[in-house]
Design a protein around this ligand. Structure first.
Ligand SMILES: NC(=O)c1ccc[n+]([C@@H]2O[C@H](COP(=O)([O-])OP(=O)(O)OC[C@H]3O[C@@H](n4cnc5c(N)ncnc54)[C@H](OP(=O)(O)O)[C@@H]3O)[C@@H](O)[C@H]2O)c1
Length: 329
């Protein structure tokens, strides 16, 4: 039998239930793992609340990131055996392959042998944030030495991964956070500058930091009214990568700013990387090399035991975190 987290109705964290179900054997091309740690993502809170890009039939499982030990391999799987320590690249559908459980199966091509020096907790905090940040900053924007990169929701796990990746390639990461509560921690985490958007003039501060050059790349998870100051501070030909929708407010299209500076505004999902084997291999190689050199280091905000999954989701939505929330199993 397996213990899994499911919800039978949409709603707040309290709809999550730990249930005991049959642990099905892994299907063809799949591997079952005994989970040691789960990494939490905002997407899971959205699926639970019924506002995600995927619509589940109920009851539904959830979860996109796990690390653990291979327990059984399905037919046709080569290269993995029981006892291997692995972590999971987020699947395209968390409804089809939900991670929140103590025994879960995933397609074998999504398993990675993480470096033995990495704890299960850190391995569960790795792939979603670093693949998302890598795909945007390196895969699309080709950020390099000398670029200014503005990162909103910088205290999120993706934001912190983006700060580290920008530093790794010699760019200047500018972290944006709403209040000064996390300012010092963001500087400690590698941000060259921190702008507190609710307390400072965002456009003015970005222009002051970047001088005549402007921000070449914006990595934005928020949308909404922040679009105007962000785009106003961008360089000619700059690229804004939109990868989230944390703001509940409408997003204005900055028509004249976009026109006059030939800006590029582009939507982005990590599936562009995870769904393309060639790009995924390049991303994994970049991230594993960065880990090896100690230049990339997953930041864990707080760890909860599996039994406290409801509290873990409450903390996720409290926005107090700096980095990834991890659940140990
Ligand atoms: N496109 C993709 O493929 C992809 C992949 C992964 C994640 N995402 C998206 O990336 C975002 C971050 O995800 P995550 O799981 O790493 O982090 P998370 O833990 O959900 O991020 C939380 C941080 O975002 C900021 N924030 C929250 N609500 C906000 C709001 N209404 N307005 C402005 N800022 C807000 C807060 O920072 P401050 O309080 O410091 O401002 C908060 O600490 C989410 O929107 C998620 O859906 C997208």
């Amino acid at each position: 039998m397996a213990r899994v987290v499911r919800f039978h109705e949409h709603g707040g964290p309290e709809v999550l239930r730990i249930e005991t179900v049959d642990a099905p054997p892994p299907g063809e091309g799949e591997v079952r793992i005994r989970v040691k740690a789960l990494g939490l993502n905002r997407a899971e809170a959205l699926l639970r609340a019924g506002t995600y890009i995927e619509t589940p039939s109920l009851p539904s499982g959830l979860g996109l990131e796990a690390a653990g030990i291979v327990d059984r391999v399905g037919e046709g799987v080569e290269g993995f055996a029981p006892g291997d320590a692995v972590s999971i690249v987020p699947p395209i559908s968390m409804i089809r392959w939900p991670a929140y459980g103590d025994q879960v199966s995933f397609p074998a091509n999504l398993l990675v042998r993480h470096p033995p020096s990495l704890s299960f907790e850190a391995a569960a905090a790795l792939w979603m944030s670093y693949l998302t940040a890598y795909g945007a900053l390196i895969g699309i924007a080709q950020v390099a030495k000398g670029d200014f990169v503005a990162i909103t929701a910088a205290s999120s796990s993706v934001g912190l991964a983006a700060i580290q990746i920008a530093n790794l390639v010699g760019a200047t990461p500018i972290a944006i956070t709403r209040t000064s509560a996390k300012k010092e921690a963001l500087l400690q985490a590698g941000a060259s500058h921190v702008v507190v958007s609710a307390e400072e003039d965002l456009e003015g501060r970005l222009k002051q930091i970047t001088g005549a050059e402007g921000v070449r790349v914006v990595l934005d998870a928020i949308g909404g009214p922040i679009f105007e100051p962000l785009t106003a501070a961008m360089s000619r030909g700059g690229l804004l990568l939109e990868y989230g929708g944390l703001s509940a407010e409408p997003t204005p299209f900055p028509l004249f700013t976009a026109l006059s500076k030939s800006l590029m505004l582009r939507g982005y999902l990590v599936h562009e990387i995870t769904g393309n084997p060639v790009r995924l291999e390049a991303a994994k190689a970049f991230i594993l090399a960065g880990l090896e050199k100690g230049l990339l280091r997953p930041v864990i905000a707080r760890t909860f035991p599996f039994e406290e999954i409801v509290e873990a989701h409450r903390f996720l939505e409290s926005n107090q975190q700096l980095g990834k929330i991890v659940v140990t199993v």
